[in-house]
Ligand binder design. Structure first.
Ligand code: HBI
Length: 98
């Protein structure tokens, strides 16, 4: 099982991810992205997907045209899933894919 971040760990991690919001109900983080068009949005998703597959850690995401909404949580963390270091690492990789 993957370790969930405690409150102090989470707050420290989120301090470096200003554009990400914490969802306490899901113990997840999310961010909405907007691109100029579908091609840009999908190219971004492709870059993220290649990193995610390599790390074996995957985003929950929703795409409509130029919008990409991403939620990160670890299904293998705790009893019902929750935020882990894997999500923080993936959020940083996602930022590098912009
Ligand atoms: N992605 N977000 C997320 N959370 C997981 O727990 C997870 C994943 N991708 C693959 C994965 N776990 C594998 O380790 C297996 O559980 C399939």
């Amino acid at each position: 099982m993957v370790a969930k971040l405690n409150e102090a760990e989470r707050e420290a991690a989120l301090a470096a991810l200003q554009d990400w919001k914490y969802d306490a109900e899901r113990d997840a983080i999310s961010r909405k992205f907007k691109f100029t068009d579908f091609t840009e949005a999908f190219a971004f998703m492709t870059r993220v997907a290649l990193h995610a597959e390599k790390a074996d850690h995957h985003p929950e995401w929703f795409n409509v045209y130029n919008n990409v909404d991403i939620t990160l949580t670890t299904h293998d963390a705790g009893e019902n899933g929750g935020l882990s270091k894997r999500d923080i690492d993936l959020a940083k990789v996602i930022e590098s894919c912009l």
